[in-house]
Design a protein around this ligand. Structure first.
Ligand SMILES: *Cc1c(COP(=O)(O)O)cnc(C)c1O
Length: 405
């Protein structure tokens, strides 16, 4: 059997899983179109604005549109948010005050958040007198006993990271998040339940805000931007919290009344329209790579039997050269910079050297086909994205041709 036949065989085995993914995409596409209709989105919302941007309808309606799609009261969607980390930072600084505690209940947060939360003398939450504590997951589930023991009066924000980050655990489902929200409320917690929603949007039919989370945050160069948004981030949730966060994004006296964008908003609207479909393409690409790598004997997560709850896949190589080969093939299979051979480098915000393949139209976009990981044992590559399933399949064929001659 040659590699192409092997891929066809993997596709045959995935038929049921693919139709499950299509069903979710159709549901989410309807949800997005209903929101466009109810918000009466029109061409004028795409217009560019300058200066203060008072009465910038494109900006305001984009926030309302996202809020409706995500089952939230209000939303901020802004090209002035520079990345997911920045969106999370603005939201945390908006919500927390000196002597409050931030409690993360899904293990240690994503690498770039660590400097935000407990960096030394860099303007972190810690520098402003905000405490941090965390509970590890236990076998991929929330540890209720540990959460209960740490949930004291000082805790003002309970933080949940939906996706795996650079950890070897599976993404959390909205059902798991909903159940833990109920548990936390039953313990009398009346602060903010906050979800880092990166890589999770549109993978399920609902979002954490539909299941009891107060705030969700994500990047527009991942799922929610649909591959078209050129930059930015979103923050959606309860209006009282969005108001506080808006005052941190701009200035305490100004909040969300200002903010112009001379680039115009078309790609942000169109990106949201595309997102349910694009995310389905990425999930199918991830399933195909997962099926193939499992059959070749590489451990990968989520295991191919499980329902995926984000677009990422962690593949364990246990061997540096194989990991680098895999990531380099993703780069060679890319539309942009395909002639580049990736090398590990000291990326800002990360402790280990990171190797990153992202031959993308939007620089660094990881809803586009991309692969990355810290170069250290057991040599795990994190694979995600794919604007089209065909691109994911093409990359896999190249990877197979390299790994098994
Ligand atoms: C990508 C990601 C972020 C934010 O990263 P940026 O590169 O700053 O957009 C935060 N948390 C998780 C889990 C992520 O995957």
């Amino acid at each position: 059997m040659n590699n192409r036949e092997f891929i066809s065989e993997c596709e045959n085995k995935l038929k049921d899983k693919f139709s499950y993914v299509d069903d979710i995409a159709y549901f989410n596409q309807q949800k997005v179109l209903n929101a466009f209709s109810e918000q009466r989105i029109a061409l004028r919302h795409f217009g560019s604005t300058t200066g203060y941007g008072y009465d910038d309808e494109g900006r305001d309606c984009l926030g309302k549109l996202y809020a409706q799609v995500f089952g939230a009261e209000s939303g901020i969607v802004s090209p002035h948010i520079v990345s997911g980390t920045h969106a999370l930072t603005v939201a945390l600084f908006g919500l927390l005050r000196p002597n409050d505690t931030l409690l993360c209940i899904s293990g240690m947060p994503y690498d770039t958040l660590r400097g935000v939360i407990f960096g030394e003398n860099n303007g972190s939450l810690k520098d402003f007198g905000i405490d941090f504590d965390y509970c590890d997951l236990s076998d991929g589930e929330f540890d209720c006993e540990s959460i209960n023991s740490k949930l004291d009066d000082k805790v003002k924000v309970v933080y949940i990271q939906r996706s795996r980050g650079y950890e070897l655990r599976d993404a959390l489902s909205c059902k798991q998040i909903g159940d833990i929200c109920k548990f936390i409320r039953s313990r009398g917690f009346n602060g903010c339940i906050f979800v880092d929603n990166c890589y999770g949007e549109f993978v399920e039919k609902y979002e954490p805000t539909d299941f009891g989370a107060d705030i969700i945050v994500g990047s527009l160069i991942k799922n929610a931007g649909g591959g078209l948004a050129p930059n930015g981030g979103y923050i959606c949730g309860k209006s009282e919290y969005i108001d506080l966060i808006g005052r941190r994004l701009t200035a305490p006296s100004i909040g969300l009344e200002v903010g112009s964008y001379s680039g115009g908003y078309q790609s942000f609207y169109q990106g949201l329209f595309m997102a349910p479909h694009t995310v389905a393409q990425a999930v199918k690409s991830s399933l195909l790579i997962g099926q193939a790598m499992s059959e070749l004997g590489f451990k990968n997560y989520p295991s191919i039997e499980k329902t995926p709850y984000d677009i990422t896949r962690a593949i364990e190589f246990g061997n540096k050269d194989k990991m680098l080969d895999f990531i380099r093939e993703v780069q060679y299979a890319s539309p942009i910079d395909s002639y580049v051979t990736c090398e590990p480098w000291d990326m800002p915000g990360y402790d280990d050297k990171i190797i990153m393949a992202a031959g993308t139209f939007v620089s660094g976009s990881s809803i586009e086909l991309s692969a990355d990981g810290p170069v250290k044992p057991p040599y795990i590559a994190y694979f995600q994205g794919g604007l089209t399933y065909e691109h994911g399949k093409y990359a896999l064929e190249r990877i197979l041709n390299k790994l098994i001659k």
